[in-house]
Design a protein around this ligand. Structure first.
Ligand code: PGA
Ligand code: ZN
Length: 419
């Protein structure tokens, strides 16, 4: 009854107005699973390949009509007749149908759409929510890293660092964390407006004022935490994603917003200085994907007290993560389903991290849709942390709202990861 009978796919729009793949998987018992695929802007070099048409006449070359055709053609043929309850077998069939290491032939976007829609269809067939379908005992709600200032590739301002986030570590429930985040977000909005800054938001829903330095952003953020009635560090901590691969040029870190360049050593000193001056508990991609020596040096210096999260450097790939573990790089990993392209590979990367004592942060992409799969994955894996943007914009709040509903559904069984 849970055999895959049909696969449909279409182009829909993501939060930046670009086309992306949406897939429907229908089972023999009529169960329907649907998933939409996210898309990054500051992508890691080793990510699974997102297939784009490149036809300048359609969506400025960004069409995904070929990926849709691959999903309904060869990939559908490869999974039709397989049992949706055997996710590993479905994903293995998708991977071997494509046949390339980075899924470039048929597209990681086509493959991921089917993979996630299959998991959703299986949950529908079982009559349980997705997180419970993946783990019947799942009960941990993640600590959210809530984006409130955008820079880098996600905004048009001169700010070199891509993301400034707040983590309500003192909250007792997920809902309370969201409330605290929303309060700080609105306090920050007023403070920015009072100081004459614009209050427009960037791709992930955080504000994108004309800041030029991280200190400027961090001062506004810590002040907004205090002005909202919270103690920075105790109630609400700060997390950063400099997305350093984006400004690592010729062996040095090129801070164009500040108009200066820092050597690897100077960049590490600068990050350490920020850690001393502000209540920062986590930095993602503090070092570039190609700067493994820098990664190792920073991990040695700050890794005992600060979460150092590898995004571009690992690309959600278990082998790359294992190399990082062996080499002493980072102590946590950002997990993005579309970096690797199937649910099975995503879960295997989470396992690899767990076994090594590396923490896991489930993550959105800067280009998102109303799809909330990552909210369920955060609970299903019990990873304890999620990064899903600001508390504004429906593509971001859809995930927070999904987690609010899951917390309610779990009732007294729900546990909030907190700090
Ligand atoms: P991206 O950015 O989705 O644009 O790649 C997110 C991140 O760097 O974490
Ligand atoms: Zn990142």
């Amino acid at each position: 009854m849970t055999v895959i009978e049909a696969v449909a796919a279409r182009q829909i729009l993501d939060s930046r107005g670009n086309p992306t793949v949406e897939v429907d998987v229908r089972l023999a018992d009529g169960s329907l699973g649907r998933a939409a695929v996210p898309s990054g802007a500051s992508t890691g070099a080793a990510e699974a390949v997102e297939l784009r048409d490149g036809d300048p006449e359609r969506f400025h070359g960004k069409g995904v009509a070929n990926a849709v055709a691959n999903a309904t053609g060869p990939l559908a043929a490869a999974v039709r007749g397989l049992d949706a309850e055997d996710q590993a077998a479905v994903d293995a069939a998708l991977i071997s149908c494509d046949g390339t290491a980075d899924k470039r032939r048929l597209g990681a976007n086509a493959i991921l759409g089917i993979s996630l829609a299959t998991a959703r269809a299986a949950a529908v067939a079982r009559g349980v929510p997705l997180y419970r379908s993946l783990d019947p005992d799942a009960a941990v709600l993640p600590l959210p890293m809530i984006n409130i200032v955008n820079g880098g590739a996600h905004a048009d301002n001169p700010l070199d660092f891509q993301e400034f986030m707040i983590a309500p570590v003192g909250a007792r429930t997920f809902f309370e964390a969201v409330r605290m985040g929303s309060e700080v977000f609105h306090t920050l909005r007023r403070a920015l407006a009072t100081a004459g800054h614009n209050t427009n938001v960037g791709d992930e829903g955080g504000f994108a004022p004309q800041f030029t330095t991280a200190d400027e952003a961090l001062t506004f953020v810590t002040d907004a935490i205090a002005a909202s009635g919270y103690e920075a560090g105790r109630d609400i901590a700060i997390c950063l994603d400099p997305a350093a691969s984006e400004f690592f040029k010729g062996g040095a870190y090129d801070y164009t917003g500040e108009g200066l360049s820092r050597s690897v050593g100077e960049h590490i000193d600068y990050l350490s200085g920020l850690l001393r001056r502000y209540p920062i508990i986590s930095i993602e991609d503090p070092m570039a994907q190609d700067d493994l020596d820098g990664w190792r040096a920073l991990t040695e210096r700050e890794g005992a007290n600060t979460q150092l999260v590898g995004d571009d450097v690992f690309c959600t790939d278990a082998a790359r993560l294992q190399a990082g573990i062996d080499g002493g790089c980072a102590n946590a990993i950002l997990v993005k389903v579309n970096q690797v392209g199937t649910l099975t590979e995503t879960l295997s990367t989470v396992d690899t991290a767990r076994r090594a004592g590396y923490r896991v942060v489930m993550s959105h992409r800067s280009g998102e849709t109303e799809d909330t799969t990552i909210a369920d994955l955060a609970v299903a894996t019990g990873c304890g942390q999620i990064k899903t943007g600001s508390v504004s914009r429906s593509d971001r709040t859809a995930k927070y709202n999904r987690l609010i509903r899951i917390e309610e559904e779990l009732g007294p069984r729900a546990r909030f990861a907190g700090r």
